[in-house]
Design a protein around this ligand. Structure first.
Ligand code: ADP
Length: 431
């Protein structure tokens, strides 16, 4: 047993014997119970609690500290009476190994220091070291549902102000309020976590918006100089071809090719950033006519590839029509582009489930290995070289953005070599 325990450990006394004392304590305990159930305002509870304690154990300072044994921190959540510099409400301290919190958690019973010297001899830091004049101190643990959640500290400016009877009383008072205090701590922790989460979400939203704005401005402003490079290179090629030797001609060709590719990338990037920055308000839209518009835009590709496109009768949905056309166009366009040996057979289906429409676009093309199922929706991610299939790797990233803006999600089910089914959900419109 260490010094603290030997010197100050209290053999737990029974409830007070003097009838007057006992009645006073019962009255205080009952009143604390009433206070707890009468208000949700924790500051009011603390105030009234401190007042009730003072009726039984006169003090010069009463403080309640919250202990977080996982985070190894302790802080005063309430203090009334005289000040102890550094231990004002809300100041967070590391728990000192072997310090009072450690001991209270281990022994789970009250401790009495009748003088600062006793406190010091027990290896604790008396208030006088910090500039407080307190002489006697009672510290009792607050234990709720078996968990040590904090401490109640009662101090007097007089030495030998308290005895073991007071410690026992303080323990009973602590037990009466520990549950409430634990609930408050848990609630405050939850609130703080929620606040942190909300802050993180709004920060993420803000930085996303900034990024979208940046992508929009950058791609928009890059268009003009790129157009200039491409058109003047074209002019150079057209007007000066015979004066350039073969090497210069080849170089010029590479420049034009690079500029055109960059134009395509910048254009697609502009489309991508426009989904969020230039989206229209949602309106009731007939998905059948959306699909028809997409198919009209794909007419050349459909007829060149000899594709057959079939579809279910599609519902009315709430959305941004132009974006929905682009969504269908990109997915059906890919189904044609990534076709296999046979002419493309594409079916657009829809099912209703749990208040959502599940759309599917099934093809008989080259398919996608399952390990790439997520990657293809990331901007600029492609599974093929430009020589195999042209493209910028933005089409599906745009689809994802559009679907998410409409409150849905998108994914692909496929095996390499056996076709792919792209699926996306859109919320059902209220009747
Ligand atoms: P892009 O077609 O410009 O490469 P996308 O974002 O539209 O960009 O597609 C990303 C990648 O997903 C494509 O490079 C391709 O490898 C794969 N992909 C998309 N649609 C299909 C499909 N229907 N069948 C097989 N692969 C596909």
């Amino acid at each position: 047993m260490n010094e603290v325990s030997r010197q100050t450990r209290i053999s737990r006394p029974p409830a007070p014997h003097e009838p007057g004392q006992q009645a006073a304590e019962y009255a205080v305990l009952a009143e604390i119970g009433r206070i707890i159930s009468s208000t949700l305002n924790i500051d009011e509870i603390y105030e009234q609690f401190a007042h009730q304690v003072s009726l039984l154990i006169p003090f010069d300072r009463l403080s309640i500290s919250a202990v977080d044994m996982d985070a190894h921190t302790v802080q005063a959540v309430y203090a009334s009476g005289g000040n102890i510099p550094g231990w004002e409400r809300g100041v967070v301290h590391e728990i000192i190994p072997g310090g009072i919190s450690d001991i209270l958690e281990r022994d789970r019973r009250g401790i009495l220091f009748r003088t600062p010297d006793e406190e010091e001899e027990a290896g604790q830091q008396p208030a006088r070291d910090l500039g407080g004049d307190f002489q006697t101190r009672i510290a009792v643990p607050l234990i709720a549902r078996g968990v040590f959640v904090g401490a109640l500290n009662i101090r007097s400016l007089q030495p030998y102000a308290y005895d073991e009877k007071h410690v026992a009383q303080a323990e009973r008072i602590g037990a009466q309020i520990a549950g409430t205090i634990a609930n408050v701590f848990a609630y405050e922790k939850l609130e703080a976590a929620q606040l942190a989460l909300e802050n993180a979400v709004s920060e993420l939203r803000r930085s996303n918006q900034e990024l979208e704005q940046f992508a929009y401005v950058a791609s928009h402003d890059l268009q003009e100089p790129l157009r200039k490079i491409a058109s003047f290179c074209n002019l150079l090629e057209a007007r000066y071809a015979e004066r350039l030797d073969d090497k210069a001609g080849t170089y010029l060709h590479y420049i034009v090719d690079g500029a055109l590719r960059m134009q395509a990338l910048v254009n697609d990037l502009l489309h991508y950033s426009r989904v969020a920055t230039r989206g229209k308000e949602f309106a009731p839209t007939d998905a059948n006519s959306v699909l028809q518009d997409a198919l009209v835009n794909l007419e050349v590709a459909v007829s060149e590839s000899n594709a057959s496109v079939t579809y279910d009768s599609l519902p009315r949905i709430s959305g941004d029509e132009a974006q929905l056309v682009r969504l269908f166009q990109n997915i059906v366009g890919n189904a044609i582009k990534y076709r296999g040996e046979d002419p493309p057979r594409i079916h657009i289906g829809v099912e209703e489930q749990d208040g959502q429409w599940f759309f599917s676009v099934r093809d008989n093309g080259i398919g996608i290995a399952p390990e790439y199922a997520e990657r293809i929706f990331v901007i600029f991610q492609r599974l093929h070289t430009r020589e195999e299939y042209g493209g910028t790797g933005i089409g599906l990233a745009v689809c994802k953005k559009i679907v998410e803006r409409h409150g849905g999600r998108i994914w692909v089910e496929s095996q390499e070599g056996s076709g792919a089914t792209f699926r996306f959900t859109l919320p059902r419109m209220p009747e």
